[in-house]
Ligand binder design. Structure first.
Ligand SMILES: C[S@@+](CC[C@H](N)C(=O)[O-])C[C@H]1O[C@@H](n2cnc3c(N)ncnc32)[C@H](O)[C@@H]1O
Length: 215
């Protein structure tokens, strides 16, 4: 295993992430997760003095398909009130190791839990979160519909989904991405986050961030 530190300059610390040398896609940090993390860094500071609700500060956060847990752990460092990072069962130990690694830096309770998209019983075990984070999960044909239905069931009228993904042009990826947005459109309003609103260095034309809320 090897340790990667993603700097959170805006809040004066790092998020430290153990990654595996070999394994399934979730065992390393993906670029879309870095872009979303750095977007949160810029915006958690911007909104932290608002009288109203901020994006992350004081909010309950649930991350789907967390892998190493980069985005959710960063949210816990940046003022969330409670964070749950989730993935398939084989990633639980990696997520737990990364919670432990960031111990003192975490500003709120963080829990790693299994959430396999589409699993109704597991979904019922989660409280409606204020914010759902999803990085680079529009990837698998067989899990597209379960991902959308999981988001639909988890989110209430006040939940904000922040989703990042890397635009891929090979194989069936363009169709998958199009289909994902068509399915989301049935239940959610969407807003694309402009590049100018993102971190000035950690942004990229090929990595998109969307904000969704229930229709
Ligand atoms: C490309 S990785 C992204 C990991 C992490 N979000 C990041 O960006 O660094 C996709 C993640 O989705 C998870 N995933 C895939 N299918 C899933 C399913 N049916 N239920 C839950 N998680 C799933 C994988 O285990 C993996 O961690």
């Amino acid at each position: 295993m090897f340790l990667r530190e993603v700097s959170l300059d805006g809040v004066g610390t790092d998020v430290a992430l153990w990654q595996e040398l070999e394994g399934d896609v979730g065992c390393v940090v993906w670029d879309a997760a870095i872009v979303l993390t750095k977007f949160l860094e810029v915006n958690s500071l911007k909104f932290s003095t608002d009288a109203g609700k901020s994006l992350i500060n004081g909010r309950t956060v649930l991350e789907l398909g967390s892998g190493t847990g980069c985005v959710g752990l960063a949210a816990a460092i940046m003022g969330a009130s409670k964070v749950t990072i989730t993935d398939l069962p084989e990633f639980l130990s990696l997520m737990e190791k990364n919670i432990t690694e960031n111990g003192e830096r975490l500003g709120c309770p963080v829990e790693a839990r299994e959430l396999s998209w589409g699993n109704e019983e597991q979904i019922r075990g989660f409280h409606e979160p204020d914010v759902v984070l999803v990085a680079d999960c529009i990837y698998y044909e067989q899990s597209l519909e379960p991902l959308v239905s999981t988001l639909h069931k988890l989110c209430g009228p006040d939940t904000t989904v922040l989703l990042s993904y890397e635009e891929r042009t090979t194989g069936n990826k363009p169709q998958l991405q199009r289909k994902f947005f068509e399915m989301m459109d049935e239940h959610f309003r969407s807003e694309k986050i402009a590049l100018e609103e993102q971190h000035e260095l950690f942004r990229c034309e090929d990595i998109h961030i969307y904000k969704f809320s229930r229709r």
